[in-house]
Structure formats: structure tokens, C-alpha cells
Design a protein around this ligand. Structure first.
Ligand SMILES: NC(=O)c1ccc[n+]([C@@H]2O[C@H](COP(=O)([O-])OP(=O)(O)OC[C@H]3O[C@@H](n4cnc5c(N)ncnc54)[C@H](O)[C@@H]3O)[C@@H](O)[C@H]2O)c1
Length: 448
């Protein structure tokens, strides 16, 4: 017998939670204040790119276990309500809880007295404990249940999580049981803690990923200087169980809607608590520097010199999303670098399999095309910024005939010399030996 569950926010986390909980047998009402999104969802149309999500939404609708509405009043009979709202960075980097507070005000007159409120959004330490002090919520129990899903794998991660983390005060044990029971169908281990520890665990996890990525990006730079190959270095590191292979691939910088904002927010929490978390601060600094490193490499690829001018050059960009598997452009390093190229008066043509030309964000006049081969037209370099596996299967011989100069800057080490063999392309990888060998070739660019 499923629970009556409310979900507020129908974004990556909220929509995935709503559709998956309905799939697990619960009756779910999903509220979003974006009327057009609600309309589309009622018709079974999902605007975000997430494998299996449209199918689960349509399954929930057809089996009457999933309802979409813009009216928070519809939650008046819910046993549990999950808050899946945005918590963007405020001006100083601290999480801005404005949206959450507005919604809580509305819910205070709606929720039944025994309803359990759950913070699934990433919220600062102490938020769950503070909510009952807000007007009208004194008798409401608030449980912290942070979400760890990855975009591009959201449904899989929700239904097969490594653990379900439920943070509650000791007297709220029964309410915590009710929240844990929502996930019983996943068979995942439940980890119980106090709410502050659960809230901090989410920030700590994302900050740890950020530190690991900044470490590997800087290590890649060191590899280039000393003639080592990052792919071999990280392979050896990753086989050590104490390190593990995940998050050991260099790139143009880490981004997305969570890592940068959560890392900054953790830093602000540390500062406010008198803790000097220098490691996290340096990870952020290294990430900003990473964009400059990529720009230097592009300049060298295009002009033969790290400080050469990009003005008037044509650059083809492959990938705009912050990582493969998603169309999410929020805080994407690929977008940041593309903007920088445009700012330096390069003419940029970009392609991303999940960013249709018809659905353009504001990209400073950068031309986004629906055909990857168009980015090569008269390009002085092709730059790979997102690790879409399908870029490996492009016809690189055909691309070579289109370019002005056959050079690839591969910020993700997606390609290798074997794949490009016979195409005429020079490959500038990231922290690789190929990169080192390419240096000489690049000082005499290969033009058609
Ligand atoms: N995206 C991720 O991969 C991810 C993973 C784990 C945790 N989180 C956290 O989960 C939270 C939500 O993130 P997201 O990526 O799902 O955000 P999102 O921007 O994709 O979705 C937020 C949704 O809330 C809706 N909304 C905004 N104001 C509202 C209001 N007043 N009433 C009702 N609906 C409202 C928006 O229309 C949108 O549909 C954030 O705290 C984020 O840090 C995100």
C-alpha cells in the first residue's frame, strides 16, 4: 500500500522523485509554479533530457498514481511532502532559501497536522531544524533527505541509490521511518543520522568531488610539463581501492548546477563557523584557472603561440552541456569557454547533441547548429568541451576536409591518435603524451 506523497518542484530532482515514487507504488501529487511545464507534464511531455523519465511519467499518469498541478493547496491530504526546490547561490555564495521560504509560507496553511515535510533540496546545515520555527509550521516534523542523483542517470540513481540518507532528530524517529519507507521498493540501504549531519553530508560529497576534479586537472597540467601521461597516471591511481577510478578524468573545469554552488556554500558555512577550509577554496581557484589553461591551449592550437590573437579566427566547438548525458547548460564550463572565445572575437560554431539550435540560451551570438559537421567549416581548430561518446564515431576524415587547419583541442581526452590515424588531424589532448608530441607540429600549423 503506497503513501500519499506531495512533491514540490518538477525539475531534475522533483520530477525524477515524483515519477519514480509513483513507479514504486505511491500516489504522488507534483506541484510546480511553472504553468506551462505543468501543462506539458499532464500531456506526458518532459522537457529535460533524462533516460527513462518520459516513460515513467507517462506510466504514472496512465495508472493514475501521478498528478501534476500548480496549486499547492492540492497537497492537503499528503502524508509526506518532499521539497525539491532550487537553492541557488546568493550574492555571497550562501544558499538562497527565498523560494523555499515562499513555498513554506504557502504550505503552512495547507499541510495536515501529521504531514512530514522533507528537504530534498540541498540546504545549509541547520535548515531542517529551523523550519518548524517559521510561522504556521510549529507542529510540522521536518526530515532531511538529501538527493545524490546524477543528471543523465537520474532515474537509475533514484531507483538504485548507493544509500538513502534520512536525517532526523531522535524524537522524530517515526516520521523518519515514514520517509525511509518511501524507498523500501528500491532495496537500498538506509542510513540514519541527525539532520545536520545529513545536510552536511550532501555538501561534503559535492565539495569532495570538486577537490578530486581540481586535483586531476592540475595533475594533467603537471603531466604536460614533465612528459607524463595523465591517462596512465590516473589508471594506476584509480586501481587503488582507497582512491577509486571515478572523477579522475581531466576536463575544461567542473561545473553544472550543483558542484560550483555547493562548493561555494560549504566554504561560506566553514567561514561562518571559523573554519579555514583552504582545500576547498583552492579547488575553486584551480577551477577558475582551468578555463585560462584551456584558452592558452586553444590559442596555441590556432596561432602556434599561447598568447596569439584569436581575433577573426573560426573555431568549431563540440559540446556545450556541462557533461555528457544531459542538455543542462547551467554553470557549464563548455559555455564559459565558448563565451570567452567569442569575447576574444573568434567566430564560434557549436554543436551539442542535446542542445537544439531552435532552443538557444543567450550565448553571445554564438551559432549553435544541429549538424556536427557544420562546426568544421573553415575552422582553425575544433575544440571538444563535452565528453559525448558519439563524437568518437564522427567521420573525422570528412571533418578534416572541411577545416582550415586540422587541429583538435580535446579537453576531455575523448579521442586518441589511433582513432584519428590517417585523417591528418593533430590532436592536443589534456595531460597526455600526444599533447607533448603535438607541440612541435603545432608551431607549424597544418593548413589545407
Ligand atoms: N540537478 C541535480 O542533479 C541535483 C542533484 C541533487 C540535488 N539537487 C538539489 O535539488 C534542488 C533542486 O534542483 P533541481 O536541479 O531539481 O532544480 P530545477 O531548477 O531543475 O527544478 C526546480 C523546479 O522548481 C520549480 N519551482 C521554482 N519555484 C517554485 C515555487 N515557488 N513553487 C513550485 N515550484 C517552483 C521550478 O519551476 C523547477 O521546475 C537544489 O537544491 C539542488 O541543489 C540537484
Amino acid at each position: 500500500m503506497g503513501s500519499r506523497v506531495g512533491v514540490v518542484g518538477a525539475g531534475y530532482v522533483g520530477l525524477t522523485s515524483a515519477a519514480c515514487l509513483a513507479h514504486l507504488g505511491h500516489h504522488v501529487i507534483c506541484v510546480d509554479n511553472d504553468e506551462s511545464k505543468v501543462e506539458a507534464l499532464r500531456a506526458g511531455t518532459v522537457s529535460i533530457v533524462e533516460p527513462d523519465l518520459p516513460e515513467l511519467v507517462r506510466e504514472g499518469l496512465s495508472e493514475n498514481r501521478l498528478v501534476f498541478t500548480s496549486d499547492p493547496g492540492s497537497l492537503h491530504e499528503c502524508e509526506v511532502v518532499l521539497l525539491c526546490l532550487p537553492t541557488p547561490p546568493g550574492t555571497d555564495g550562501t544558499a538562497d532559501l527565498g523560494v523555499l521560504e515562499d513555498v513554506l509560507e504557502k504550505l503552512s496553511t495547507v499541510l495536515p497536522p501529521d504531514c512530514v515535510l522533507v528537504t530534498k533540496s540541498t540546504v545549509p546545515v541547520g535548515t531542517a531544524a529551523r523550519i518548524p520555527a517559521l510561522a504556521g509550521l510549529a507542529s510540522t516534523t521536518v526530515i532531511s533527505n538529501p538527493e545524490f542523483l546524477r543528471e543523465g542517470h537520474a532515474v537509475h540513481d533514484f531507483l538504485h541509490p548507493d544509500r538513502v540518507l534520512v536525517g532526523a532528530a531522535e524524537p522524530d524517529r517515526e516520521s523518519a521511518d515514514r520517509v525511509a519507507a518511501l524507498y523500501a521498493g528500491t532495496g537500498a540501504p538506509t542510513l540514519r543520522s541527525d539532520s545536520a549531519s545529513a545536510e552536511l553530508a550532501k555538501y561534503a560529497s559535492n565539495a569532495f568531488f570538486a577537490v578530486k576534479l581540481s586535483f586531476v586537472n592540475t595533475l594533467a597540467e603537471l603531466c604536460e610539463r614533465v612528459g607524463a601521461d595523465i591517462t596512465k597516471v590516473t589508471k594506476a591511481m584509480g586501481m587503488d581501492e582507497r582512491i577509486g577510478p571515478a572523477f579522475l578524468t581531466p576536463g575544461p573545469g567542473w561545473g553544472g548546477s550543483c558542484l560550483p554552488k555547493d562548493t561555494r556554500a560549504l566554504l561560506r558555512t566553514a567561514e561562518a563557523s571559523g573554519v579555514d577550509f583552504a582545500l576547498v577554496r583552492d579547488a575553486l581557484r584551480a577551477n577558475e584557472y582551468q578555463h585560462a589553461i584551456v584558452m592558452r591551449k586553444i590559442r596555441r592550437a590556432v596561432t602556434g603561440a599561447v598568447d596569439g590573437s584569436l581575433s577573426g579566427t573560426r573555431i568549431g566547438v563540440l559540446g556545450l552541456a556541462f557533461k555528457a548525458g544531459t542538455g543542462d547548460l547551467r554553470d557549464s564550463p563548455a559555455v564559459a569557454i565558448t563565451r570567452r572565445l567569442s569575447h576574444h572575437n573568434a567566430t564560434v560554431t557549436a554543436y551539442d547533441p542535446c542542445v537544439p539550435a531552435s532552443n538557444l540560451p543567450d550565448l553571445n551570438g554564438i551559432r549553435v547548429v544541429n549538424d556536427p559537421y557544420l562546426v568544421a567549416k573553415d575552422a582553425s581548430a575544433i575544440v571538444i568541451l563535452t565528453e559525448w561518446p558519439e563524437f568518437r564515431s564522427l567521420d573525422w576524415t570528412r571533418l578534416a576536409t572541411e577545416v582550415e587547419q586540422a587541429v583538435i583541442v580535446d579537453t576531455r581526452n575523448l579521442l586518441d591518435e589511433r582513432l584519428l590515424s590517417g585523417t591528418g588531424f593533430i590532436l592536443l589532448g589534456t595531460g597526455t603524451v600526444e599533447m607533448d608530441r603535438a607541440k612541435d607540429a603545432i608551431s607549424k600549423p597544418h593548413t589545407k
